[in-house]
Design a protein around this ligand. Structure first.
Ligand code: C2E
Ligand code: MG
Ligand code: MG
Ligand code: MG
Length: 274
């Protein structure tokens, strides 16, 4: 009997794994079509200062699937990251954001800087720096308008090469933000070597900041560290006025989250900054 069950178990896992692989292949091929057929778009979540004034925004990817409707990045970015597809998406985002920046620039809008999320795979590509430069120059937007958000998994390897790239792009005027800070592969030693201009406190620490004194202590420490290292600090996932007040009290500088605004489509965002 146990032999029989064992066999069923194996075939159950085989089926599940096959389904997962099929799903991945399907998403990948549909994503390639999505890029070619303009199903992808960027939405913009504004970021605010202590006094409630608009400062900057983060561009976030959305997939308007012809059958499934709007798909959030969680459902496709992790899959794209398993192959080189993510690097094509990153290029698409870079080109797209530059077109938006150009348009807003020409309309005389004050958007501050716009942050985009770039995968570690993309940054590690040999051609990355040249590509960024070429796209910016090609469209004619100023590098100061762009901030690049990367996560801590950038620290895993090839650190010297990454430092060089960051420095080069910094010199051009592009700033870097360390996204989801505190959740990944952190080594504080790297923080001092890699020139980040901003630390972004992950929303998991913000969520329970009023309930969990450990979260409160972590947030306090991140803010103090950012100050000492001369980096800007921004909290993501701020959902309530109580979280905002607490963060303000702790000396946080910038805020992003549903309490202030959800991500906005282009027309809404333009309306906000007009
Ligand atoms: P992230 O960079 O940490 O982006 C913040 C996510 O938190 C966004 O989800 C945003 O909509 C969500 N969010 C904002 N405010 C709140 C809040 O108050 N409460 C809660 N619970 N959530 C909030 P989104 O747009 O689904 O993006 C998820 C992740 O997908 C991003 O996390 C980023 O890692 C990745 N991603 C998004 N767009 C891109 C992109 O263009 N390129 C790449 N490579 N990755 C992207
Ligand atoms: Mg981000
Ligand atoms: Mg984040
Ligand atoms: Mg996050």
């Amino acid at each position: 009997r146990s032999k029989h069950e064992g066999k069923n178990l194996i075939s159950f896992f085989d089926v599940a794994m096959q389904q997962k692989a099929d799903h991945r292949i399907q998403i990948e091929s549909q994503l390639r079509i999505a890029m070619a057929e303009n199903q992808l778009e960027l939405v913009f979540q504004p970021q605010f200062a202590n006094n409630g004034t608009y400062i900057s925004a983060e561009a976030l990817l959305r997939w308007n699937h012809p059958q499934q409707g709007m798909i959030l990045p969680e459902a496709f970015i992790p899959i794209a990251e398993q192959s080189n597809l993510i690097t094509l998406i990153d290029t698409w985002v870079l080109e797209k954001i530059c077109q938006h920046l150009k348009e807003w620039q020409e309309a005389g809008l004050c958007f501050g800087h716009i942050a985009i999320n770039i995968s570690s795979k993309k940054i590690k590509q040999q051609s990355f720096v040249d590509e960024v430069k070429k796209i910016l120059q090609g469209v004619g937007v100023s590098p100061q308008s762009l901030m690049l958000e990367v996560t801590e998994n950038i620290f895993i390897d090839k650190i010297e090469i990454i430092i060089d790239k960051f420095k080069y792009l910094n010199d051009l005027g592009i700033h870097f933000s360390l996204d989801d800070f505190g959740t990944g592969y952190s080594s504080l030693a790297y923080l001092k070597d890699i020139p980040f201009q901003q630390l972004k406190i992950d929303r998991q620490f913000i969520r329970d900041i009023l309930l969990d004194t450990n979260d409160e202590a972590i947030v306090e420490t991140i803010i103090a560290m950012a100050n000492k290292l001369d980096m800007q600090v921004i909290a993501e996932g701020v959902e309530t006025v109580e979280q905002f007040s607490k963060l303000k009290l702790k000396g946080c500088e910038f805020y992003q989250g549903y309490y202030f605004s959800s991500p906005l489509v282009n027309a809404e965002f333009v309306n906000l900054i007009s």
